[in-house]
Write a protein that binds this ligand. Structure first.
Ligand SMILES: [Zn+2]
Length: 112
């Protein structure tokens, strides 16, 4: 999922201040699980002395197309199990049922 912006991603996850982008530590990511080929990993440090993350770095991955993946995207072996296919199908059919009901006259909850 790529929904971040650089402005958001460059802010300290702790205090929200924009981090110090240490360009010397920028490195090319090797393609792999959850990593788009050509993606670059930028390193930022919090320079807010009152922040718990003072001088602590975080990494921001930027894809070749300029998108920034969700920080929780699997990159360092952190993986989440795929939703169970049967559960997924059931959820989708539930949503569909709710959607259908909302289109049926009388099924809609009206405000008057
Ligand atoms: Zn901070």
């Amino acid at each position: 999922m790529a929904n971040g912006t650089w402005v958001e991603a460059s802010k300290c996850p702790r205090c929200g201040l924009t981090g110090d982008h240490v360009k010397a530590e920028t490195r090319q990511l090797s393609a792999g699980r959850g990593v788009t080929r050509g993606a670059v990993l930028h390193k930022l440090y919090c320079r807010n002395s009152r922040c718990r993350w003072y001088n602590t770095s975080w990494e921001v991955q930027v894809n070749p197309d300029g998108t920034i993946p969700d920080p929780d995207a699997p990159r360092r072996g952190k993986q989440f199990p795929k939703p169970d296919a049967a559960l997924l199908a059931q959820m989708q059919s539930n949503f569909q049922a709710i959607h259908d009901a909302s289109l049926t006259p009388g099924g809609e909850i009206r405000n008057r």
